[in-house]
Design a protein around this ligand. Structure first.
Ligand SMILES: *[C@@H]1O[C@H](CO)[C@@H](O)[C@H](O)[C@H]1NC(C)=O
Ligand SMILES: *[C@@H]1O[C@H](CO)[C@@H](O)[C@H](O)[C@H]1NC(C)=O
Length: 262
């Protein structure tokens, strides 16, 4: 609608210009004999032309505004379509510039495994489960078919971010399997492969869902290396992790909850 409005008014103003051009042509024979005067110069800026210029700018602005509202409404529509979560209203956001730029980076979660690191991961994953009510599961659209129940009543539940962290940790266990799984049997090895395939799929989908658009470039950190290394200083809009963690901790149940077996 806005576009056709623009076209209409633009053709209106151009036909008005055509009209004035023709009027000028008629008098041209007389005018051309006279030397150009200041009057002629000011004639270039007729009200009609100014009007059409303003309309052009307005139309461009309108198109940009329309395009921007489209972009936003696609996000808003996706937000409307997503499932309800009891944690959603507790989530805060912040700008985060943390990137693991050091390839040999060691921090409380990364590097060769040790007891302090295991403790940090345990603390990070600790609120993985909470006790959900029937109402919450219904509002979230969960299926009740074969659903697991807690011995003391209620249902074991978790948040997507905790499932993904669990997957990262499982992959870590596998990378350092000499440390975490000494004496792995063939059956255990097979089970882990299936489990870890599921974990890489979980992480692939999570990454593609959240679609980080931060820019990366490449740098010759080691000039003798065959390839440059990825680098980024991108600032990301991230959830404030403490907002999720505080919520999860406020409702957490044991990491090995007692379940009613069917
Ligand atoms: C889970 O919460 C319900 C209330 O929604 C409560 O009745 C039940 O005892 C809780 N279960 C456990 C294991 O704490
Ligand atoms: C693994 O096996 C070796 C020898 O077969 C044994 O000494 C060791 O205690 C085992 N480790 C675990 C964690 O079971």
């Amino acid at each position: 609608m806005a576009v056709s409005f623009c076209r209409l008014s633009m053709s209106d103003s151009s036909s008005e210009n055509d009209e004035s051009d023709r009027l000028m042509e008629k008098g041209g024979s007389v005018e051309s004999l006279l030397p150009p005067t200041r009057n002629n110069v000011t004639n270039i800026f007729t009200w009609g032309r100014l009007y059409s210029l303003v309309l052009h700018i307005l139309c461009l602005g309108l198109i940009v505004a329309l395009w921007m509202s489209r972009q936003q409404s696609s996000y808003a529509a996706a937000l409307r379509g997503r499932s309800w979560s009891p944690a959603a209203k507790h989530v805060g956001y912040e700008v985060n510039v943390e990137h693991p730029m050091n390839y040999h980076g060691v921090n409380k979660y990364a590097g060769l495994p040790n007891a302090a690191q295991d403790a940090a991961w345990d603390a990070l994953i600790r609120p993985v489960y909470f006790n959900a009510s029937v109402e919450e599961l219904e509002m979230a659209g969960e299926s009740f078919e074969n659903i697991a129940e807690l011995t003391g009543g209620g249902y074991p539940a978790s948040l997507g971010a905790y499932h993904q962290l669990h997957c990262v940790r499982q992959l870590r266990f596998w990378i350092y399997r000499d440390y975490y799984y000494p004496n792995l049997t063939k059956a255990e090895d097979e089970y882990l492969h299936t489990h870890l395939d599921h974990c890489t799929e979980t992480l692939r989908l999570a990454i593609m869902c959240h679609g980080d658009t931060g820019m990366y470039s490449f740098s010759w950190m080691d000039p003798k290396a065959p390839k440059p290394m990825a680098q980024t200083s991108s600032k990301l809009a991230c959830v404030k992790w403490s907002s999720i963690e505080d919520y999860a901790r406020s409702r957490m149940i044991p990491t090995h909850p007692s379940l009613i077996h069917p």
